[in-house]
Write a protein that binds this ligand. Sequence first.
Ligand SMILES: Cc1cc2nc3c(=O)[nH]c(=O)nc-3n(C[C@H](O)[C@H](O)[C@H](O)COP(=O)(O)OP(=O)(O)OC[C@H]3O[C@@H](n4cnc5c(N)ncnc54)[C@H](O)[C@@H]3O)c2cc1C
Length: 482
Amino acid sequence: MQMNDHKSHVIDDLIAMLGEKAVLRNIDDTESYLSDWHGRFHGAAHAVVLPESTSQVSAIMAYAAERNIVVVPQGGNTGFMGGATPDESGDTILLSLRRMNKVRDFDAKNMSMTVEAGCILQNIQDIAEDSGLYFPLNLAAKGSCTIGGNLGTNAGGLNVVRYGTTRALTLGLEVVLMGGEVLDMLSGLRKDNTGYNLKDLFIGSEGTLGVITAATMRLFPKPIAVSTAFAEVRDVDAAVELLHRAQAASGGMVEAFELIPADIMHVLFEAFPNIQHPLATIGEMNVLIEIGSTNPADNEVDGNGSAPIRRIMETILGSAFEDELVIDATIASGDAQRDALWDVRESSPESHKRAGKVVRSDVALTQSSLAPFYADMVAGIKEIDPNIRICGYGHIGDGNLHFNLIQAAGGDPDFEAKTPKMLKLLYDTVTKYDGSISAEHGIGQVKREQLAQIKAPAILHTMRAIKGALDPKNLMNPGKVI
Ligand SMILES: Cc1cc2nc3c(=O)[nH]c(=O)nc-3n(C[C@H](O)[C@H](O)[C@H](O)COP(=O)(O)OP(=O)(O)OC[C@H]3O[C@@H](n4cnc5c(N)ncnc54)[C@H](O)[C@@H]3O)c2cc1C
């Protein structure tokens, strides 16, 4: 059979299965699904299919297995590793979960909700809030990313320091395997030691083991008393010390703790001149810190003229100031100021996109090796080129840095030539400190080769054995992860 015949048969079969409207094939309709968020990867597919139910996903997977057709699952397509972009062969079904966006169950007593994979993260947050509860997974892509993609990548985000990654928020999962079998592991149980924990295998597997169709997620009491501050700190070591003091002084109430070096601010203000400087001058190293309490009394202005939550923050920063960990700081008074501080952090990924040539990274270190790692990286980059902008920033509260390296202001025609040296320095330094090359973004197609280099043969062998057992024909998102 000719390729075009094969393609039209596949499309006809998919239409028979899902209906005409659920099978996109015109370039105008499919374009946004076939390139990644950064515009780095472009692929092709027979069609983009938009099933509405688990049984439809199951039918697609049975069909794909029978015909040896690759399936690439996709949620909001905001991933950074090219994991949701197919290759250019075109012999692929791009399976978008976006139309599977129903809430199947809301159990306020159990503090859990069961949602379909295509639910947008922001909508899940809003639904929880409408019932006075809180879903703490939070990332700047929350308006577009889906819970299925968050599970696929085991997303981290801004509140991991208190609530853990997506895995820690997940109680149950529904997964469709290649071949169509449905694993119903949906459950609101917080404890269940009945054999291997299969759900954890699929979380973070980036669509290479099966399609996640629904999940039961944990909910929490909502922090209603919140204090947010922006502080210039002496250095990275001082930032880590400040984190520990804040945890101790607040009784573990740190909701977010983000590192923001000077170059992040320079790149940010170039892209977004209207964003306000939080402090009078741009300090070399800064942190954004937020603490939150679920006790309404912590929000009430009392006889001392301020709310207890603010006084906790003042105590944290005041003692750190006396000990010269903190150089300058501001505490938000009111939602508008809080939003303005968060704007600095949350607009950073977009400002990097606009800055042109960037070497991106997503590394994890232990708290004790963050400062020496940072110092080695700065020294190494300055040797390569002192004009490279060193934007090592992000979720330092979880030991996670996005150590991005951005071309000099005004451009650098030789930046690509320096990239291999920068990457070698990065990976060597991560290895030196026993860190991880992927803290929260995953492996996708970007870091597949590095993964093969850094993981021990026995670990790779075990990963391949699991992949082979669940997907023997290698049809589930091939070319990603391993
Ligand atoms: C501005 C911005 C800020 C970001 N900030 C953060 C951050 O702080 N922390 C963080 O962790 N990430 C961050 N990201 C990256 C991204 O948002 C996350 O990786 C997110 O979890 C991806 O969700 P998605 O629905 O867009 O998934 P997609 O990009 O569609 O897919 C990502 C991966 O998951 C797989 N997948 C998707 N859906 C399913 C499914 N239903 N079943 C099985 N596999 C599936 C795909 O095949 C792919 O491998 C950010 C992205 C942007 C654009």
